[in-house]
Design a protein around this ligand. Structure first.
Ligand code: MN
Length: 254
């Protein structure tokens, strides 16, 4: 089995090393092609207005001066002589839950893989102040990663679908188990932009510093993480809201 490993935290991120180790439990044909710098929040963006450079660091190790989507495209179209059987994206430092999925470069790299018809899985390690200061931020992803990926290797993946995995912010032996759940939603808030002044006296704004409040609905990824479970959510790329088609079409009927 050939595996492509990528992420959005960048080629030098510790989570990428963790995911490589997880991938090595399944295969000795593991390729890395990841953004050269952090691209968190890049979503499914493509670099269109400047050149993208490919840097090689080993026989199967590459960095791309672009987005996570650029990295997967480069891997599939330029770097690898035959396509991978599996694409793993992560392990992201931080949650990719609920509505945040569309901002996520981690999930978007897996989306690009799904578009290419390749089995693709995104992995994220949720952190808390406690796990962050423990020095073992990725311990749970490392310990549980292969246990979650293994059963997904021969699970049915419909075209244009992928799987999003989040590990809860607790020690590996305190994880309660694995739940397959739907995507939840956040309470949209205006409070997450922080304003400050730079050393030259100019105002700046910084996004996404605070966790967004959510009301964990039953059976969602957010609830599973709050309850101490690993959240596994199958995602689809068809964003059509089928229930609205007739009602909207009715507005345009003669
Ligand atoms: Mn990230």
């Amino acid at each position: 089995m050939r595996i492509l490993v990528t992420n959005d935290d960048g080629y030098h991120a510790p989570g990428l090393e963790v995911l490589e180790a997880i991938a090595a439990e399944f295969s000795d044909d593991v390729w890395v092609c990841a953004p050269s710098e952090e691209q968190s929040g890049a979503g499914h963006s493509l670099t269109l207005n400047r050149p993208v450079r490919l840097q090689q660091f080993g026989e199967r190790r590459f960095a791309v001066t672009g987005t996570p989507t650029d990295s997967v495209m480069m891997a599939l179209r330029e770097v690898m002589d035959s396509p991978p059987d599996l694409i793993l994206s992560g392990v992201n430092r931080g949650a990719n839950l609920g509505d945040d999925i569309t901002y996520s470069g981690t999930v978007s790299a897996a989306i690009e893989g799904a578009l290419a018809g390749i089995r693709s899985i995104a992995l994220s390690q949720v952190y808390s102040a406690e796990t962050r200061s423990s020095g073992a931020e990725f311990a749970t992803a490392r310990e549980w990663g292969a246990k979650v990926i293994g059963p997904l290797l021969d699970a049915p993946f419909d075209p244009r679908t992928l799987v999003n995995i989040n590990f809860p912010p607790r020690a590996p032996d305190a994880v309660k188990g694995i739940r397959v759940v739907r995507q939840g939603f956040h309470d949209y808030s205006r409070g997450s932009i922080v304003e400050g002044k730079d050393p030259r006296g100019h105002r700046y704004f910084w996004f996404g510093l605070y966790a967004i409040e959510h009301t964990p609905d039953h059976g969602t990824d957010l609830e599973a993480i709050d309850d101490g479970y690993i959240a596994v959510t199958p995602l689809q790329l068809d964003l059509t809201h089928y229930a609205s088609i007739d009602a909207i079409a009715g507005r345009f009927a003669d």
